[in-house]
Design a protein around this ligand. Structure first.
Ligand SMILES: [Zn+2]
Length: 142
């Protein structure tokens, strides 16, 4: 059995664990795993219970996982960006979520929008249900 130490975030409500992929996109860090470079925290919409949780980089768990754990169920991480509602003047609201490998970007957007409590940015401005979608990117494993 092969084990590997991996960065894992855990949903505070249902304990769903999500392994952060190796760095790519804009999130490459010295740790070699994905983190949103423009933010100190990572917001995650749990696909299982719908809870939105906020994770700090220095609080990411380093779990020793059996590699076989990672093969089921296969999932992919999404980075969903919404426009800040205040005349679009602030930074985008970035929410991450997870779907099955065959999940669609539409599904990821719905998960990000539905998560409670609503994502906030900077001055605690909640994500409006009608917030404009800026982009959806797949954060793929390398
Ligand atoms: Zn959960």
């Amino acid at each position: 059995m092969t084990t590997q130490k991996l960065p894992v975030i855990e949903c505070p409500d249902c304990q769903e664990q999500t392994v952060l992929p190796h760095g790519n996109l804009r999130g490459i860090s010295e740790f070699q795993w994905y983190w949103p470079m423009d933010e100190p925290t990572l917001k995650f919409a749990c696909p299982r219970c719908g809870r939105l949780s906020v994770h700090r980089k220095d609080a990411v768990l380093r779990e020793i996982l059996d590699k076989s754990d990672l093969t089921l169920p296969p999932s992919v991480l999404w980075r969903v960006e919404f426009a800040c509602d205040q005349e679009n003047s602030g930074p985008p609201i970035v929410v991450h979520t997870k779907t099955d490998v065959d999940g669609s970007s539409r599904e990821a957007e719905a998960l990000a929008r539905r998560a409670k409590p609503a994502a906030v940015v900077g001055s605690e401005l909640p994500l409006a249900s009608a917030a404009k979608l800026l982009s959806i990117q797949l954060v793929s494993f390398e």
